[in-house]
Design a protein around this ligand. Structure first.
Ligand code: SAM
Length: 275
């Protein structure tokens, strides 16, 4: 029969995976951290019982959070990742030669430590000389930043526990201040099947702060419902107006220059959440 892990994605629905072994488990200062080896998806990081990333499907999320804003901005040099302690978004950010500095601010140093140990192909670029890793509250970092970043990516956990503040209008207003006058931000905004109200609220809050707001989607099999959304707030540049010459060669497994625009074509029940 073997050992099975279930993530309850709602009170009445979940995802179940067969586990080979538990690699590490501890209650950190901020959350329950589990690193397990699965039969189907390789090593998997869980925080408070929720799937964060797996060796098999991690590339989808990390490529789509990073490359859509970084190809939309004409010259992204200074980038901030809030959360993202597994290192996957940073790995993708560093594929852009224009990036001079990538700052990561994750509240929990244990996530960084155990991602380096058990997810080396995801966390391996955190030691790159262009990367500044800080352990701290992303909400406070944003509150203390002004006119500093070209692109900000919010790669946080769900709006529970330490990440509650990262889904507030005040945080998005802080992001706007932390960005330069032509900056762009992207945040993961959960799924339309089980958390439509969250998407509707994030879109509404971001729309009140940024001149241009967009929603795009990607398929992530281990995330609730498999249909994941990302919200973009942009002060100037439109991802749908990026010209062909901007797409430099890049090593990816999900993102393509065609998907850069196709990802914004939404099913009706999803686009209705942006109205
Ligand atoms: N891709 C995943 C998702 O969409 O759920 C997120 C992965 S990443 C591991 C999430 C990170 O957010 C965790 O490492 C967690 O410690 C971090 N985090 C949560 N609240 C935070 C805060 N207030 N400031 C900085 N990092 C935070």
């Amino acid at each position: 029969m073997g050992l099975w892990f279930t993530e309850k994605q709602t009170e009445n629905f979940g995802i179940t995976m067969k586990i080979k072994q538990t690699l590490h488990t501890e209650q950190t200062e901020f959350q329950k951290l589990d690193m397990v080896e699965t039969e189907e998806f390789g090593n998997m990081l869980l925080l408070d019982g929720m799937v964060m990333t797996t060796q098999k499907d991690e590339f989808v999320y990390h490529e789509m959070v990073a490359h859509i804003p970084l190809f939309t901005h004409p010259n992204p040099e200074n980038v901030l990742v809030v959360g993202g302690g597994d290192g996957g978004v940073i790995r993708e950010v560093l594929k852009h030669p224009s990036v001079k500095k990538a700052t990561l601010v994750d509240i929990d140093g244990k996530v960084i430590e155990y991602s380096k140990k058990f997810l080396p192909e995801i966390a391996g670029m955190l030691e790159d000389p262009r990367v500044d890793v800080q352990v701290g509250d992303g909400f406070m970092h944003i509150a203390e930043s002004e006119n500093e970043y070209d692109v900000i990516m919010v790669d946080s956990t769900e709006p529970v526990g330490p990440a509650v503040n990262l889904f507030t209008k005040g945080f998005y207003a802080g992001i706007s201040r932390a960005l330069k006058e032509d900056g762009i931000f992207v945040a993961q905004s959960d799924n339309p099947w089980f958390t439509p109200d969250l998407i509707r609220n994030v879109q509404r809050d971001v729309r009140e702060i940024f001149p241009l707001t967009r929603l795009y989607i990607a398929n992530i099999p281990t995330y609730p419902s498999g249909m994941w959304t990302f919200t973009m707030g942009s002060k100037k540049y439109d991802p749908l107006e990026v010209t062909e010459d901007r797409f430099h060669e890049i090593d990816t497994k999900y993102y393509t220059k065609e998907l850069h625009k196709a990802a914004f074509v939404l099913p009706k029940f999803v686009s209705d959440l942006t109205k």
